[in-house]
Design a protein around this ligand. Structure first.
Ligand code: ADP
Length: 364
């Protein structure tokens, strides 16, 4: 019932719109211009036979010859003929108005098309500029990372050299300061590596060398390298990988980077006394799924997808307690995509997080 009412309402609206356009056309000069508006001319031609036929029939029925005086006589005795005589003009006006309505429509469409073309050109120009800016940004990113790396390598070299105590024996304070410098330089190096990776991803230069990889070895290596960090944070690291895991098809160095990033995050976003557990399983689709589970701060549900965006951090305030620049997961995701693998996360905010990643099993 309501749909019928809607239909009636719509039809009435279109009808009123047509009437409005017709009335608007009646006051436009174009409606009455035979030279500009062929519809008007056509209307007049269409209307001419009407008085000819009606007066002709009258002449024929009264037996009069078709002379001018007879025509005037008949027209004055039957005033209805005046109305028929007006028909070429009336038809000219009605057809002329229809022509104007059509002309107005075409003008509107033309204007709309022109606007669309202008907007498209504008958009193309903006797109080109954006692509150019993007290229400049990638070049800048790559250049600045390389430029930062060179002096940093020198700094790290001197730290290592001082640690050997060849230039002189260090006192306990000096050793402590050197340790802090070493850690800071390592952290800076890590950030630069991430920036370089990002510039490679953006320029499509990040490549993987896929080969057979023993993930038990890779995860063990990541766990060993992060054990000290876990101890410092008061977090227990548990490697619960099942025995005899199948070999996967992966880039060993890049997949170590993935595992290290996920385990490091699980330790970093944890609490003293917390736990990190690393596990794996083989689901039906023949792929190997790894899970890094923690008892940390968790991630709000509405941000579970966003954390894989570059530079995204759940808490990006200046009072933020955790180090990092929000690139690790974006890089991890890109690396896994190059492996035709996936990464996803489940979390209970304030309680725990579980990061899963999937890798294809190696076939001979
Ligand atoms: P970074 O660690 O450098 O900030 P990432 O890309 O590795 O960058 O992580 C992005 C954000 O995702 C982090 O800043 C953090 O807010 C959230 N996050 C990642 N891993 C965890 C985790 N295990 N528990 C809670 N939050 C996490």
């Amino acid at each position: 019932m309501s749909s019928t009412m809607n239909e009636i309402h719509q039809n009435l609206k279109s009808f009123l719109q047509i009437v409005r356009e017709f009335l608007k056309a009646l006051v436009q000069k174009r409606t009455y211009s035979v030279s500009k508006n062929w519809y008007c001319f056509f209307g007049i031609l269409w209307g001419i036979p009407i008085p000819i036929v009606t007066i002709g029939i009258d002449l024929y029925s009264t037996g009069l010859t078709p002379t001018i005086s007879n025509i005037i006589r008949i027209t004055t005795t039957h005033p209805l003929h005046f109305f028929f005589l007006l028909h070429p003009i009336l038809f000219g006006i009605v057809f002329g108005a229809m022509g104007t309505v059509r002309y107005n429509k075409e003008q509107k469409i033309e204007e709309f098309e022109k606007n669309l073309i202008d907007k498209n050109t504008e958009l193309e120009r903006a797109n080109k500029r954006l692509r150019e800016l993007d290229r400049l940004k990638s070049n800048f990113l790559s250049m600045i990372s390389h430029e930062l790396r060179t002096p940093l390598t020198t700094i790290q070299g001197y730290i290592t050299f001082l640690n050997t105590e060849k230039p002189g024996i260090l006192n306990p304070n000096q050793k402590e300061y050197l340790k802090i410098s070493e850690e800071t330089a390592d952290y800076l190096n890590h950030l630069i590596e991430e920036l370089l990776d990002l510039s490679k991803i953006e320029s499509g230069e990040l490549k993987v060398n896929l080969a057979s990889v023993d993930m038990t070895e890779v995860i063990n290596k990541a766990v060993v390298s992060l054990q000290l960090f876990a101890d410092e944070q008061g977090v227990t690291l548990e490697n619960n990988l099942p025995k005899d895991l199948p070999i996967v098809l992966a880039d060993k160095e890049r997949i170590l980077q993935v595992a290290t990033n996920l385990i490091e995050n699980a330790i970093k976003f944890n609490r003293t006394g917390g736990k990190v557990d690393i596990n794996a399983s083989i689901p039906d689709n023949g792929k190997l799924v790894f899970c890094v589970q923690d008892t940390g701060i968790g991630i709000p549900e509405d941000q579970l997808e966003k954390i894989f965006d570059k530079f995204y951090q759940v808490d990006s305030s200046r009072k933020r307690r955790y180090s990092g620049c929000g690139l690790g997961l974006a890089i991890t995701k890109s690396i896994l995509e190059l492996h035709r693998g996936r990464i996803w996360v489940e979390s209970r905010f304030g309680k725990s997080s579980r990061f899963f990643f999937e890798l294809p099993i190696y076939k001979d």
